[in-house]
Design a protein around this ligand. Structure first.
Ligand code: GLY
Length: 377
């Protein structure tokens, strides 16, 4: 058996283990919208916290597994969360650049897999809100809403690259190129103002919302301004790959490879990913979510690449997934999360805990390697 076939077999066995564990945790956690775990049990971000940007990842993971395994409870639990997310669509202060994280991989996934028209409507509403965040002068999609001090109208963030597929989907679905035009204008501006010469990217860039003048980068969730926050690098790597897949514009593929080449040069042979590639050697905080997102992006990118670069992307993705599965996962069905040692931000007090999108991207990556995936982006 050649190596790719062996890895596919391994991924199929690992996907079976994920599906078996999630069958237990989905049943045990009916009614919850999880973000992390406390003493092995998912917490619940229903109610007042339903607007949190990660609340689409649990239904998204369930749709991936429903598509691959057909377990009806996965579908039911995903639908229950989506009903709760309606409150977000009705609250303009809860909607932001992360509309794809909330609605593309939950409701639009549901529409794609089951044809649910109510879910299609939710996706269109979310895309319309996201398109309305575009700043014409800067050519960038605004990130957060106004907390009351008027200081956030000129902020854009790299994470938004991963949400652009919601706009590409709406464009195709509605036969309306305005959504695509906005997504591409944003991606073009990000290439100019976020991507650095060595292929790494900024997290946040500030602009003047009246004139569009670029003011400069801010530090965000990484170690400092100019450092390489790993999850930010992963949003850029996968986000530009997806913009290429949806537009076939070579410039996005080139940028995706530029970021990927930088990322691959930073990943150690352990396959463990730090919170920031520039963090001091004695800081051991990890971010398994970045590892999982890198793996997903690299597995898409390797399909678009030839020769040595293709092999490098593939082998790096495989290293990351093996490390996660063998060293950074809980397979105990009494523990709700799969992936361990995630970090939300470098300067947070808490590190190395579980986060739901770590589980989501790990599941996506394993299903890709197993060739049992559906691209929700
Ligand atoms: N979208 C925020 C984050 O990646 O933590």
């Amino acid at each position: 058996m050649d190596q790719r076939t062996q890895e596919k077999e391994w991924a199929r066995e690992t996907a079976d283990r994920i599906a078996a564990k999630v069958a237990v945790t989905a049943h045990r956690n009916r009614g919850k919208v999880p973000y992390t775990t406390a003493e092995g049990r998912f917490d619940d971000w229903s109610g007042e916290r339903i607007g949190w940007w990660t609340n689409g990842f649990w239904p998204a993971q369930l749709w991936l597994l429903y598509h691959a395994y057909g377990n009806e409870e996965f579908r039911t639990v995903a639908e229950e969360v989506q009903d709760k997310l309606d409150a977000v669509l009705l609250d303009p202060m809860a909607m932001d650049h992360d509309a794809g994280f909330r609605f593309l991989i939950s409701d639009v996934a549901d529409y794609r897999i089951t044809g649910n028209r109510q879910s299609r409507n939710r996706g269109i509403l979310a895309a319309s809100n996201m398109a309305g965040r575009f700043n014409l002068k800067a050519g960038l999609i605004r990130a957060w809403n106004d907390p009351g001090d008027g200081k956030t109208a000129g902020l854009a963030i790299i994470d938004c690259m991963m949400n652009l597929p919601l706009l590409y989907w709406a464009s195709d679905e509605l036969h309306d190129s305005r959504f695509r035009q906005i997504a591409m204008a944003h991606a073009d501006s990000v290439q100019k103002v976020f991507v650095r010469e060595n292929g790494s990217v900024h997290h946040i860039v500030e602009f003047d919302p009246e004139t569009g003048r670029i003011i400069g980068p801010q530090g965000g969730q990484g170690m400092q301004v100019g450092s390489a926050w790993t999850r930010g690098q992963s949003w850029a790597l996968y986000g530009f790959t997806l913009s290429y897949l949806h537009t076939k514009e070579e410039r996005y593929l080139e940028t995706a490879k530029q970021v990927a080449d930088y990322v691959v040069s930073q990943i150690s042979e352990t396959g463990i990913v730090p919170v920031d590639f520039d963090q001091p050697a004695d800081i051991l905080w990890e971010d398994s979510t970045a590892a999982a997102i890198f793996a997903c992006g690299l597995l898409e990118l390797e399909k678009l690449t030839d020769g040595e670069q293709k092999e490098t992307y593939y082998h790096t993705a495989v290293l990351l997934l093996h490390t996660l599965a063998e060293k950074r996962c809980s397979w105990d069905p009494e523990i709700d999360n799969l992936v361990e040692k995630c970090s939300a931000a470098y300067h947070d007090r808490e590190h190395d805990f579980s986060i739901i999108y770590g589980d989501y991207y790990f599941t996506e990556g394993i299903l890709k390697l197993a060739e049992r995936d559906i691209l929700l982006w």
